[in-house]
Design a protein around this ligand. Sequence first.
Ligand code: AMP
Ligand code: MN
Ligand code: MN
Ligand code: MN
Length: 289
Amino acid sequence: MNTLNADLHCHSVVSDGTLTPEALAERAKSQGVTLWSLTDHDEIGGQARAAAAAAACGMDYLTGVEISVTFLHQTVHIVGLGFDADNSALMAGLQRTRGGRAQRAQEMADDLARVGIKGTFDGALKYVGNPNLISRTHFARYLVEAGVCKDTYEVFRKYLTEGKPGFIEHRWANLKDAVQWITQAGGMAVIAHPARYKFSANEELALFTEFKGHGGLGVEVVTGSHSAAEAATYAASALEFELAASRGSDFHSPGESRTELGALPDLPGQLTPVWELLADRIQHAPKVN
Ligand code: AMP
Ligand code: MN
Ligand code: MN
Ligand code: MN
């Protein structure tokens, strides 16, 4: 008996998770994951460690990344799977995408100070595992520590999001560039957690149509960010747009994440799983006797 438990979306200390790639691999394995991918935000510096850790604990591995894109004035996340992690155009593109984060973080801290919350830049820095990747999540952790909010969910309801203190509009990568960096590195581009965006029906149609036009091939259907109803909605979209379907927890931290690694419903049966199209990109764990 060997049911595939794929978890193709999570974060380590290389971006805004709290576990190392090695600790995540062990946790995924102990939760029954058999095919895993580490998808840090805008950064593939953890890939070699993740692949080695997956092999050491007997899990198949796909390289992964989650790229921040600006599309119609919103931030959209594009997951890349199964690319060549040494590809220089991908690495250069990601480096450019990360570039504005320090300046943005300073402006976020200034905006929080404006409403009386001081010291958040240094506070957030304490939580940063990778100096090139200071993110809203690190600010959220500090705002909890400082007693401003009881948990990070409350932070994202009251701060750091559009129209709230600490939100700074930012220009990320272009959709076309992100899809092409991934695809030209031999990987598959996947629209992450589509239910999270606040697009009108027409805007969402534009996202799916342009994504496909640039060579995108997949969409997350079952994710820690979707309700069962949302998964059903995007299962229908996957069929309508002839996209392969992905599955991933978006796990960040044992204390914060509501969805555990690998603890997700199966993909609806009529969909084509992304791992079928990526079969020759999977790094297989050595067989143990
Ligand atoms: P950044 O890349 O700096 O904009 O940070 C985005 C990260 O904030 C996401 O990847 C999530 O980890 C975290 N986050 C958690 N809840 C929310 C939310 N409601 N809205 C936006 N980001 C959130
Ligand atoms: Mn995140
Ligand atoms: Mn995301
Ligand atoms: Mn994510």
